[in-house]
Design a binder for this molecule. Structure first.
Ligand SMILES: [Zn+2]
Length: 125
């Protein structure tokens, strides 16, 4: 378990999300999703803080904070259905990365899972 605010993750909220891009934003206001480097590489010697990362993860929200709903085709697709783009729900109590809670769990990777875990109360676990 580690803090989402750990510099390794470079976690940032995303706004203006479309099928072709997004914008990094400073806080949760206007957030439609979350970016972080995949926890599958966290703590591994081949991915030091000042080195490379395995790959990024984008987590689109079902309840953007004071921002438009996402188009249905925006965001990563599910492992087995290229037409299914899942959403995660932010808890109303979330005020920033430090206490962000998303549900349900996040299962990354295809064809097999590289990381399956939770972001809860600002912790990646
Ligand atoms: Zn991964």
């Amino acid at each position: 378990m580690s803090a989402l605010t750990d510099l390794w993750f470079d976690a940032q909220f995303l706004g203006e999300m479309t099928v072709t891009g997004h914008r990094h934003i400073d806080g949760i206001e206007g957030a439609q999703g979350l970016f972080l480097w995949c926890p599958c590489g966290f703590g591994k010697s081949e991915f030091p803080l000042d080195g490379g990362r395995p790959h990024g993860v984008i987590v689109p929200f079902s309840n953007p904070r004071n921002a438009p709903q996402l188009d249905p085709n925006v965001g990563p697709h599910t492992r087995n259905d290229p037409n299914s783009h899942p959403r995660w729900t932010m808890s109303d109590a979330s005020v920033g990365l430090a206490n962000l809670t998303l549900t349900p769990s996040i299962d990354v990777g295809a064809p097999t899972s590289c990381w399956h875990g939770f972001i809860a109360d600002g912790q990646v676990k």
